[in-house]
Design a protein around this ligand. Structure first.
Ligand code: NDP
Ligand code: ZN
Length: 180
């Protein structure tokens, strides 16, 4: 087990917090967006028992390129090629229309690298729990259910990666009556 580089890790926390500073989650409380990447890293560490520092760093950074002005080049420069490559893997192609991106996520899930799969699993777990906790403003029950069904299809391609996370996801999907 390689030693944890705390300075590098804190640099990630600061970068993500700065990039997401003006964003809020879609819940009714408008939770600061940064709670999500921190929560995804926490799920990986606490529930997934992941100690791979780069995976935890990618969790912190996973939505910066998709949702802020951060670029892969910037992340490569600051955090190295490994981390940048993994962030790339968990970033949707923004040149595609939204519905198309959803379809691509289902399609490419199985071909994702094991470390990127971990981040994707924890991301889905966080988002599904968020939806169980509260329905975003303006979302119908049908839209929430559609999201669970779509997520289940993505998760299918991510399986065989982390037993604990997959069991937690299965429990939630079962509660919603979704089986994959
Ligand atoms: P979005 O993709 O717009 O929202 C879901 C995403 O928002 C999550 O993956 C998560 O991504 C982020 N997010 C932020 N806050 C929360 C929260 N509190 N709980 C859960 N997730 C949160 O929505 P959909 O995936 O449902 O829809 C995308 C497509 O579907 C669009 O094209 C839209 O037009 C269409 N649509 C579908 C409807 C339906 O009834 N099914 C109705 C209207 C539109 P992250 O991890 O990146 O933060
Ligand atoms: Zn996310």
């Amino acid at each position: 087990q390689k030693k944890m580089d705390i300075q590098e890790f804190v640099k990630c926390v600061e970068f993500a917090a700065r990039k997401h500073k003006n964003q809020r989650r879609k819940d009714t409380e408008q939770t600061p967006y940064i709670n999500h990447p921190i929560g995804v890293a926490y799920i990986l560490s606490e529930e997934g028992a992941i100690t791979d520092q780069k995976v935890l760093q990618v969790a912190l950074l996973h939505d910066t390129v998709e949702d802020t002005d951060a670029t892969i080049e910037e992340i490569a420069m600051l955090f190295g090629q490994d981390v940048a490559g993994l962030v790339q893997e968990v970033t949707d192609d923004k040149s595609l229309p939204k519905l198309e991106r959803k379809r691509v996520q289902i399609e490419v899930a199985a071909t994702t690298s094991p470390r990127a799969k971990l981040v994707k699993l924890a991301d889905k777990l966080y988002n599904l729990r968020d939806l169980m906790r509260c329905t975003p403003l303006g979302w119908s029950e049908e839209r929430v259910q559609d999201y669970f069904e779509w997520a289940a299809k993505v998760i299918r391609g991510l399986r065989g990666t982390n037993k604990r996370l997959e069991e937690e996801l299965d429990m939630i999907l079962k509660k919603r009556g979704v089986y994959e």
